[in-house]
Unconditional design. Structure first.
Length: 272
């Protein structure tokens, strides 16, 4: 019998507690390599259950200007996959319970090779990956290798995904399904929570996996509203904006401000 992964255990525990996962996204190496590790610990202390760690890439096509600039800042410090694996290994020395999902684009993964990527991910303590531009129809080799190493493969469903394709995506997903709540790129504007609820319910008819929602979650009120209709709340651009505004500050200031927003989100999510 396959071992139950960290992500599955987290969602199972939260379900028993009638809570939803808080899933912050930051780009590894933004604004510099030395800030990412203390930032990860600060986010956990503020209530994060799973951390999505962005793999810096020069052409992040699904991302808006906020996260594109985060990628540029990280690449300016030559942050690559080997740095990320080292970072996660260090994180795991004191944290065995928070799940880590790498999120990025196919190019760096293909360059490293699926086997090497999966092996080093597993050895460092990564729990899964979301490769934005790798459609499940073309991912059989990748998915097979990832599963062999006990790693989850998270895929995206968007408002324009057809019903038939959503079924395929769910069949190839593990850990959780990431529902993109808005048409457009990350950091987009207004969020229609009733539409999110409708889509989340539609996805649940196709899979038993948790449905986590990202894009457009900027504050504690939105986080609580989305938590009420989903299994997890993913917040990225709001955190990256804080990092960008404080990129020349010390890591303690960045950690403090990011943690403050996340703690506020956690409190509002749990109070609903």
């Amino acid at each position: 019998m396959a071992q139950v992964g960290r992500i599955t255990k987290i969602f199972s525990k939260l379900k028993q507690e009638k809570k939803q996962a808080l899933i912050p996204f930051v780009t590894a190496g933004d604004p510099n390599k030395d800030t990412t590790l203390p930032l990860m610990h600060a986010m956990v202390d503020a209530g994060a259950d799973i951390i999505e760690l962005g793999i810096p890439f020069s052409d992040p096509m699904a991302d808006g200007p906020v996260i594109q600039l985060a990628n540029e800042r990280a690449l300016a410090h030559n942050t690559g996959l080997k740095d990320i694996f080292a970072l996660v290994r260090e994180f795991r020395q004191s944290n065995k319970h928070t799940a880590i999902v790498l999120m990025g684009y196919l190019n760096p993964v293909e360059w490293m090779g699926y086997q090497a990527f999966a092996q080093q991910s597993a050895e460092s303590g990564v729990d899964g990956a979301l490769i934005v531009d790798l459609p499940p129809e073309e991912a059989e080799e990748y998915t097979t290798i990832m599963r062999r190493h006990g790693l989850d493969t998270v895929y995206l469903i968007t408002p324009t995904t057809t019903d038939e394709r959503a079924k395929t995506i769910c069949q190839n997903s593990s850990g959780y399904v990431y529902y993109v709540s808005l048409k457009g790129v990350t950091g987009s504007a207004a969020l229609d929570v009733s539409a999110v609820a409708e889509q989340a319910n539609s996805i649940r008819l196709k899979t038993d996996l948790p449905v986590a929602v990202g894009f457009g979650i900027k504050n504690a009120e939105t986080a609580a509203a989305v938590a009420a209709v989903s299994d997890g709340v993913i917040v990225g651009s709001a955190l990256i904006n804080i990092i960008a505004a404080n990129q020349n500050a010390n890591s303690g200031e960045i950690c403090s401000q990011v943690a403050s927003l996340l703690a506020n989100m956690r409190e509002n999510m749990d109070a609903k």
